[in-house]
Design a protein. Structure first.
Length: 449
């Protein structure tokens, strides 16, 4: 299972946000009551990405240049041109201090068309040795003010230059950051984030080549409170993708420095399954650090390369997408509104990694309960039930599961649930990781093109 839910952690952070600072403008926004009457199918979800030359040209550069498309047809991106300056960085986990040349790119202010209560960034970047990136976001509130620049990740593909990490202790009177998510603290206040800017800072050792950023994306959403969600009907015949199967449990006790060991590696195990479905995998040189006696060494590698030092887990959503992108894939984090949208992706040949939480009795066939767990949806039966590669299995051969459609829709798409004590907790609300090769098309109508 995953590390303790970021939603549980978020509740603690937001409890510390004072309500005394809610202004008259905020109370006016509350009277407007955003979100009323929304259903799962109509709840606002927007994924915005900057990936093309014309996208990068809309932003404000400081020391970056737009790189040409790669010879293999890969996308244009951002790279350091003439650094904007030099900044020292002391790694809080190693104590090492180094000076880094840096350059930045800041997006224009983007309006998703509704007031958002949650924002999640994701990115695709190459960070050769001696380089790393920082991604930050600043929201504009419906009250007219702005949030601080929230840092949503200090990231490198490896872990020798810096330790990959989210950043704690970030909040203002209206919102706070928990791991990878910016969330409004009191949704009943009516305050929402109506626009945002996103910024990426590229760091390199003086005189080195530096990182290259290929995609920068932001998921904005404002989901209603919901405990049950319509499951819908299957839109066609049975379908199942031939996705490799990896158990997290076979790695129990291995490399406990990464989230306590394999029993917590649901997210990297799911990511690795989908990466290998697309014919990509770590090289023997990349896997050389893994004990040669361990089966499925790529899962160990995925755990190391997705580990978030502050979160102390491998379930950071954008860190998983960034890991997948290291293998030439377009990778992003978004929300899907229904199993019908999952079906469209599956029929387009794209597996869907989903995040859910549930009691053991809420998902027949699972045999466990969880406060947060990732698995790969790979198909649907003729009756519409969900075929999943669930890494919470004792062996690779036992990973394939079939879950009842009605139950799966609830545990994945709901935003409110009760835990074993009866306390009300948050659900993921349809969070999904999506990975595909650059030239494999997205299905139309999902806001991903």
């Amino acid at each position: 299972m995953a590390a303790p839910s970021r939603r549980t952690a978020l509740a603690g952070v937001l409890a510390a946000v004072t309500t005394a600072a809610v202004t008259t403008a905020a109370r006016s926004a509350r009277a407007a009551g955003p979100g009323g009457g929304r259903t799962a199918e109509t709840a606002p979800v927007d994924y915005q990405a900057w990936t093309r030359r014309r996208d990068w040209l809309t932003g404000t550069p400081a020391g970056v240049r737009i790189t040409p498309a790669a010879p293999d047809g890969g996308p244009v991106g951002l790279a350091v041109d003439r650094p904007a300056g030099i900044v020292p960085y002391t790694d809080p986990y190693t104590g090492a201090t180094a000076e880094w040349e840096y350059a930045t790119w800041t997006s224009p202010e983007y309006r998703p068309g509704f007031g958002a209560s949650e924002l999640v960034t994701s990115w695709n970047a190459d960070t050769p040795p001696g380089s790393w990136i920082e991604v930050a976001l600043r929201g504009r509130y419906s009250t007219g003010g702005t949030s601080p620049w929230y840092v949503l990740g200090r990231w490198a593909a490896g872990d020798t230059d810096i330790r990959r990490t989210s950043v704690g202790g970030q909040a203002d009177p209206y919102s706070a950051v928990s791991t990878d998510t910016v969330a409004i603290g009191d949704r009943s206040s009516g305050v929402r984030i109506t626009a945002y800017r996103v910024r990426v800072t590229l760091h390199r050792r003086p005189g080195s080549g530096g990182p290259r950023v290929r995609r920068l994306g932001v998921l904005a959403s404002d989901l209603p409170d919901r405990c049950t969600v319509p499951a819908g009907e299957l839109g066609g015949p049975a379908v199942e993708l031939a996705v490799p199967r990896y158990s997290q449990e076979v790695h129990r006790g291995r490399y406990p420095e990464y989230d306590g060991g394999g029993e917590a590696w649901c997210s990297p195990a799911s990511s690795q399954m989908v990466i290998e479905y697309w014919g990509r995998r770590p090289t023997p040189a990349e896997l050389a650090w893994v004990d040669p006696g361990y089966a499925d060494p790529a899962v160990c590698h995925a755990a190391r390369r997705t580990y978030d030092q502050l979160y102390e887990g491998c379930g950071n959503w954008p860190f998983n997408a960034a890991y997948a992108a290291c293998y030439g894939l377009d990778a992003l984090v978004t929300r899907l509104r229904s199993l019908g949208e999952v079906e469209r992706l599956i029929r387009a040949g794209i597996p869907v990694i989903t995040s859910q939480s549930f009691l053991a009795e809420e998902l027949d066939g699972a045999g466990y309960g969880t406060a947060g767990h990732l698995m790969a949806v790979v198909g649907f039966t003729a009756s519409g039930d969900v075929v999943a590669n669930d890494p919470a299995a004792p062996t690779d051969a036992a990973v394939r599961r079939v879950y009842p459609r009605r139950q799966f829709a609830d545990v994945w798409l709901r935003t409110r649930r009760q835990d074993a004590t009866g306390a009300v907790r948050s659900g993921s609300g349809g969070i999904a990781y999506l990975y595909k090769p650059r030239h494999h098309p997205w299905p139309d109508g999902l806001g991903l093109v």
